[in-house]
Design a protein around this ligand. Structure first.
Ligand SMILES: [Zn+2]
Length: 332
């Protein structure tokens, strides 16, 4: 049993309070390997941004949870070594069972998500409440994110063909009964790099897909029901067209890629949305650079020369997000 405080981590409580009142969102970046972690920490230290290191159950399977935990400890020390201590959260993304959340809490995660959104409303309440009771009774309070409404799309082990929007009428009851610390809602964001079907979009003059706008009316209604309560957006990558084009130029194929425009995320971050999840954009940046180097330097076989530039690009991407999209730069 490890407490997250032993690792130098923090929970989301204070961070979210400040983010809601300050009109910005904390970045939640997924990581599975060292290069991603280094890029996240370099970018967040340089921009002085708090950060949520996010681990999916797919990441646990890929990298091993003890390795990830110790990488989070390493992230804290690395930030310190870079010269600026930023608040770092280690968060379980899309926990799908009580046992998984319990395991993460005992391993040293400072925050967990229990995603009961695929269950009936009453079952979602019961499961989320059970996880909150365990997390909140720890010696060091572990924060819990719940979810109401279903996002479409595919991300690691999470997939859903159809979305349904969060019902604002349910949020007071859900938050009151479960005692969650934050709530993920569905207002039109979506997992993966093809967030909408082409028939849901329009096209601009260059044939590039323009997605339907987020449902800010639902967000406003939710905020009216639970004023100041921390709201989370999943599936909030913007799927930069430059990366899609670079991947396709160097032999990849990513048909009908479309994300959430950055202006809409910036607008959301100014509201009670205080955590924005970004995974696909990091995958795209890394893949784009790896493909480019493999094509341009066919004699290169040192993985450091291939992954190093991908790491640099990731750092650039995360700095841009903190400064221009989430508004979290300068808030640590
Ligand atoms: Zn998600």
């Amino acid at each position: 049993m490890t407490s997250y405080k032993e690792l130098g981590l923090v929970n989301t409580k204070e961070l979210f309070k400040k983010a809601v009142s300050g009109g910005y969102a904390i970045p939640a970046y997924n990581f599975n390997n060292m290069e991603q972690m280094q890029a996240i920490i370099q970018a967040c230290v340089e921009t002085k941004s708090p950060v949520i290191l996010q681990v999916s159950s797919g990441a646990r399977k890929y990298a091993n949870q003890n390795i990830l935990k110790n990488m989070a400890r390493g992230a804290v020390e690395y930030a310190h070594e870079l010269g600026y201590d930023i608040p770092i959260v280690l968060h379980l993304d899309h926990g799908d069972s009580f046992e998984l959340c319990k395991d993460c809490i005992e391993t040293g995660f400072s925050s967990v998500m229990i995603d009961g959104s695929h269950l009936s409303y009453d079952e979602n309440v019961a499961l989320t409440k059970k996880v909150c009771e365990l997390a909140h009774s720890q010696k060091d309070y572990v924060t819990v994110e719940g979810e109401l409404g279903v996002l479409a799309g595919v991300e690691d082990d999470v997939s859903s063909e159809h979305s349904h929007y969060t019902q604002p009428s349910e949020v007071i009851d859900f938050v009151g009964k479960t005692k969650v610390d934050s709530l993920a809602i569905s207002i039109g964001t979506s997992h993966g790099r093809a967030k909408f079907k082409p028939e849901q979009c329009t096209r601009d003059a260059n044939g590039i897909l323009i997605p339907p706008p987020l449902r800010f009316d639902i967000l406003e209604e939710v905020e009216k029901q639970i004023p100041g309560f921390p709201i989370v957006l999943h599936g909030s990558s913007s799927v930069p067209i430059e990366y899609v084009h670079m991947i396709e130029k160097y032999g990849g194929k990513l048909t009908d890629s479309v994300g959430i425009p950055e202006e809409q995320l910036r607008k959301a971050a100014k509201s009670a949305v205080c955590k924005i999840n970004i995974d696909s954009d990091g995958r795209l940046a890394m893949t784009a650079l790896i493909r480019k180097i493999l094509v341009e330097k066919p004699d290169e076989f040192d993985p450091r020369k291939i992954l190093g530039p991908a790491r640099d690009e990731l750092k650039k991407l995360y700095s841009h997000k903190n400064q221009n999209v989430l508004g979290s730069a300068g808030r640590a």
